[in-house]
Design a protein around this ligand. Structure first.
Ligand SMILES: [Zn+2]
Length: 459
């Protein structure tokens, strides 16, 4: 039987559109709060065209260390399905610098660069208090407003499953029992998927609006064996099977086309080796400058130096600049092995595109290490290769994947690469949330999402 087509005349469409705008504006005036934040999004009840769920839902899945290109290593039918029916960053998603796990997961969640969300590395020392952050959950470290907090603050329900930062209480978010399991890598990926899917079996008014799921693969295999090892190929296949498990679970519940599934990663992966050919040794700079070990917060892939001058030393900024000048003189002398692959900066002189200076937590001196190179204090006899990340986010090897599937994502659309700080606004737009201030563009969601209410062929 032929379907009845409901075609509106342009005039009627315009009238309905205007009615919607008036209604939305009125609703927004009651929900925008008192902070005057201007937003394209409105937390209102909007007509929702689907049958099973009565609202937009986002399920975001992070595959840690899924380097862009891994999807070509082996058959990945489930990721391919999302790509063919959804929207993909054609040349990958750009991580923020430093391309490390905690800074990037929290940038995806907050839309902020690490200098602004405070998680400037996986591990760092607060220069004022001397306290060490090492993936801890004390709220004072975690600045900004992650998506689960934005959702909770505006009356939506969120579920997190191991997403870095999600166990930190903030605003209306208390990491509620049953909605926010505590990090435990021994829990199999299958169990994580099934647990997240089980939330769709709740009574209608208890189904979450936002679900954020974390897989620690293929990162672990990439670190252990390097990105080109066949065991990484197996890990990629395994992750794809988990995506398949998600798709199957959503299809079984007849909500695959309703839920917005976003699959992405936090950074890429590159081979590096603990050997002279790939290393730069700080002690090789000794003829120009001796850097005490106590000054070095991190060697590699980001060299982070925090000089410990005596309190009586004046003009510490100038002294830091002297350290940088002497180090660069040594590195460019041609007499330091691999010196051309390390460039040292005062943090405020780092390339602006890195957005890595505006935090007191960032050490004053930062060294950018060449792709796949390592920095060590001195020579060892080690001869071992593995994988790592954390390098310049301009490197293609540090890119990861992004694919979005669901009613607001066009079918088979390719978009240019973009930075992961844009994702916060995209999710806020889908969920109709008023976004917290962030480093993403408020216009970006328009470039990647269909307008609300637009129809697409979901068959
Ligand atoms: Zn990671």
């Amino acid at each position: 039987m032929a379907k009845t087509k409901h075609v509106l005349s342009p005039k009627v469409s315009l009238i309905l559109f205007n009615i919607f705008i008036v209604a939305a504006t009125a609703a927004a005036s009651t929900t925008a709060g008192t902070n005057g934040f201007d937003s394209q999004s409105f937390k209102i009840s909007r007509p929702w065209p689907f049958k099973k769920l009565n609202k937009p839902v986002v399920l975001m899945i992070s595959c840690d260390g899924f380097r862009f290109g891994y999807q070509f290593k082996t058959d990945t039918p489930n990721i391919d399905l999302l790509i063919s029916r959804g929207t993909e960053a054609k040349h990958g998603l750009i991580s923020v610098f430093p391309t490390m796990t905690f800074p990037n997961h929290y940038s995806i969640a907050t839309g902020l660069y690490p200098a602004y969300h405070g998680i400037i590395m996986n591990k760092f020392t607060d220069p004022v208090t001397g306290e060490v952050f090492n993936k801890g959950l004390q709220p004072k470290w975690w600045l900004g407003e992650p998506l689960w907090v934005t959702a909770a603050n505006q009356g939506l329900k969120a579920v997190t499953y191991f997403w870095p930062g999600s166990e930190v209480p903030k605003g209306s978010w208390t990491c509620p029992e049953g909605y926010c399991p505590h990090f435990n890598l021994s829990i199999p990926l299958e169990e994580r998927v099934d647990s997240v899917l089980s939330h769709f079996d709740r009574p209608e008014d208890e189904i979450p609006d936002l679900l954020m799921l974390y897989f620690d693969e293929p990162d672990q295999s990439g670190h252990n064996y390097g990105p080109d090892d066949p065991r990484v190929t197996i890990a990629v296949s395994r992750v794809d099977k988990m995506i398949g498990r998600v798709i199957k679970g959503l299809k079984k519940r007849e909500i695959f086309d309703e839920v917005h599934v976003i699959v992405l990663g936090d950074h890429g992966m590159v081979t590096n080796c603990e050997c002279d050919e790939k290393a730069i040794y700080i002690d090789d700079l000794a003829d120009w400058i001796k850097i005490p070990s106590a000054w070095i917060q991190s060697y590699s892939p980001v060299l982070a130096i925090s000089p410990q001058w005596d309190k009586n030393v004046e003009n510490q900024g100038e002294k830091n600049a002297e350290v940088v000048a002497k180090m660069n003189e040594a590195l460019s002398s041609g007499k330091v092995k691999n010196g051309e692959f390390l460039k040292v900066y005062l943090k405020e002189k780092l390339p602006e595109r890195l957005h890595y200076s505006e935090s007191y937590r960032i050490p004053p001196i930062i060294g950018m290490v060449g792709e796949g190179l390592i920095v060590r204090k001195n020579r060892t006899n080690a001869q071992v290769c593995y994988g790592d990340h954390g390098y310049d986010n301009q490197l293609f090897s540090m890119r990861t994947i992004f694919v979005g599937h669901g009613s607001r994502f066009s079918r088979g659309k390719k978009v240019p690469s973009f930075e992961n700080v844009q994702i916060y606004n995209v999710v806020a737009e889908i969920l109709g949330l008023r976004p917290a201030p962030n480093n993403g563009s408020s216009l970006f969601p328009r470039s990647i999402l269909l307008p609300f209410g637009a129809t697409r062929d979901l068959k």
